[in-house]
Design a protein around this ligand. Structure first.
Ligand SMILES: Nc1ncnc2c1ncn2[C@@H]1O[C@H](COP(=O)(O)OP(=O)(O)O)[C@@H](O)[C@H]1O
Ligand SMILES: [Mg+2]
Length: 524
């Protein structure tokens, strides 16, 4: 009995759990995001909260952090019921949360961000030295290497995340909630985050680690709670479970290894990028003599730490950013001078990384999002008029075929989870069989089940002769999908590997050296 994780704390068993959720239910209109969930976070443990996208992980953690008030259920902190009306109450109760999108001030220093609204200064006077000292102490304590004086907007994402963690620790969080912290990290950064999380737990901090990556669960955590459709489907002890067991609880079936049905690669290039050069600009990396060829039936992966020119190359192909020299050709036709719309009309489909910004409109319905860009031509429009019936029936069919979880095709896209919204954008882009698909980070923030489906859609597209330019920071994704993998470093292609040679070690090393290279701004 004692080695079982109890559903509800037994006060006789010793110290109460660090935090506990009992019978939590949270609805958003008709959607029951969290449905009667019990969760016990024992002191000094790392507790994985896993589940497919839309399973209710963020909602549950937001309840624990006072961001959402539950429709039913209670929150206990160290055995006592707490009423969390806002994150301020949660912070006062010793809870901290690092969100997927960081909430730091880019123009301020690390120390200023860490102590913001909890400054160690006297009588409202900011004491910079005390703040910097405090950050240095905190980072030493958990083995973080963070310069307290650095300006946040000069730091890579992995370091910014550490700043968020330090900020929670400065406010004396005893329970730290990390919502999908590894989604933005390189493989090396993931390893250091795991080390930090383990150190925190060893020092008595309780960590709730939200993730959908099973390897991370196995490497970093003590306990696992799996959610599906807002309810708990498994409570596991990490040391006594397997990847298969976790995945099955997440998606309700065994994981099918993605078969990689290679299509016939034709010799005709679909996309030819030649000697592309682009100047560095504020917020944009330079690009140096990049050449990429993508043929029909081929997926070319572009690897590298983000910010090494991958996004800029994509923007040059799409016609979103001017180039200094070099050319972009589609089926032999030079695209110079053509804008985004014209390029799309010629057959370039695009699934951007920044989905809400460019690929979709959160306030429009699922059906309208599926129609975007195709609303002037048959079958959605006839004689220049859009047919709402055609839009709805196309949407209903695509939603069914792709298993998109939504309250209905007229629900706003913004109400869907990331994985489901991503499927909508991908469905729209694949539906028209454009000869070239450019896709960035197709499974970022997407759970195992949806990620598997998205991979299958991309591989099917390739098998039908589609050409795909794939930018990804996930080595496993590149290996699963790409025929060749190019590594970008400081704006140049520094490695061009057959997928079979692109091992975790080789790519990881190439990406890690990219990180230690001088930043483009400093180099020029
Ligand atoms: N603010 C919100 N308004 C409406 N629906 C929401 C909101 N937040 C989450 N949901 C819905 O609740 C469900 C659970 O979402 P979420 O907790 O974000 O899942 P996860 O973090 O596991 O991906 C999803 O169906 C999502 O669309
Ligand atoms: Mg989430």
């Amino acid at each position: 009995m004692t080695d079982r994780l109890p559903d509800v704390a037994d006060p006789a068993a010793g110290a109460p759990p660090a935090a506990e959720l009992r019978g939590i239910t949270k609805r958003f209109g008709p959607v029951v995001a969290v449905d009667g969930v019990d969760l016990v976070l024992e002191r000094g443990t790392v507790h994985a909260v896993v589940g497919e996208n839309g399973a209710g992980k963020s909602t549950l953690m937001s309840v624990l952090y006072g961001l959402h008030r539950p429709d039913a259920g209670t929150v206990l902190r160290a055995g006592r019921e707490v009423r969390l009306r806002s994150p301020l109450d949660a912070i006062a109760a010793g809870l901290g949360m690092v969100h997927q999108h960081f909430r730091l001030f880019g123009s301020l220093s690390v120390a200023e961000n860490v102590v913001y609204r909890a400054e160690p200064g006297r009588r409202g006077i900011f004491d910079r030295r005390a703040a910097e000292q405090r950050v240095a102490e905190l980072s030493d304590r958990i083995g973080l290497d963070v310069d307290p004086t650095a300006r946040v907007d000069t730091l890579p994402l992995g370091v910014r995340q550490r700043v968020e963690i330090l900020k929670a620790l400065h406010r004396e969080a005893e329970v730290l909630i990390l919502d999908e912290p590894t989604a933005v990290l390189t493989p090396g950064e993931v390893d250091s985050l795991i080390a930090v999380v383990r150190t925190l737990a060893a020092q008595g901090t309780t960590v709730a680690l939200v993730t959908h990556k099973v390897q991370e669960v196995l490497a970093a955590t003590d306990r696992v709670t799996v959610l599906r459709d807002g309810a708990v489907t498994a409570r596991l002890t990490t040391a006594r479970t397997t990847a298969g067991e976790i995945v099955e609880a997440m998606i309700g079936r065994g994981l099918q290894p993605a078969v990689n049905p290679r299509g016939t690669v034709s010799s005709d290039p679909v996309l030819e990028v030649r000697d592309l050069r682009m100047a560095a600009a504020p917020g944009a990396a330079r690009v140096r003599d990049v050449s990429i060829t993508v043929r029909a039936g081929q997926v070319i992966g572009v690897a590298g730490v983000s910010g090494n020119g991958q996004r800029e190359v994509v923007e040059a192909v799409l016609g979103l950013r001017p180039v200094q020299s070099g050319s972009v050709r589609l089926h032999g036709r030079d695209l110079a001078g053509l804008g985004v719309r014209e390029r799309r009309a010629l057959g370039i489909a695009y699934v951007p990384e920044d989905r809400p910004g460019m690929g979709s409109a959160a306030t429009l319905s699922v059906a309208d999002n599926l129609a975007l860009g195709h609303h002037r031509s048959p079958p959605l429009a006839g004689r220049g008029r859009l047919s709402p019936r055609a839009v709805r029936s196309q949407a209903t069919e695509l939603v069914r075929r792709l298993g998109v979880r939504t309250a209905g095709v007229s629900a706003p896209l913004g109400s869907l989870s990331g994985g489901n919204a991503q499927k909508v954008v991908l469905a729209r882009e694949l539906h028209h069989e454009a000869p070239l698909l450019v896709v960035e980070q197709p499974t970022q923030g997407v759970d195992v089940g949806a990620g598997e489906e998205i991979h299958r859609l991309l591989l099917d597209h390739r098998a039908r002769g589609g050409a795909v330019l794939l930018v990804s920071y996930e080595i496993s994704e590149l290996r699963a999908l790409a025929d060749r993998v190019l590594v970008m470093l400081d704006g140049a292609v520094t490695a061009d590997l057959d997928a079979a040679d692109a091992t975790e070690e080789v790519l990881g090393a190439a990406m890690a050296s990219a990180r230690s290279a001088p930043r483009p701004e400093e180099g020029a």
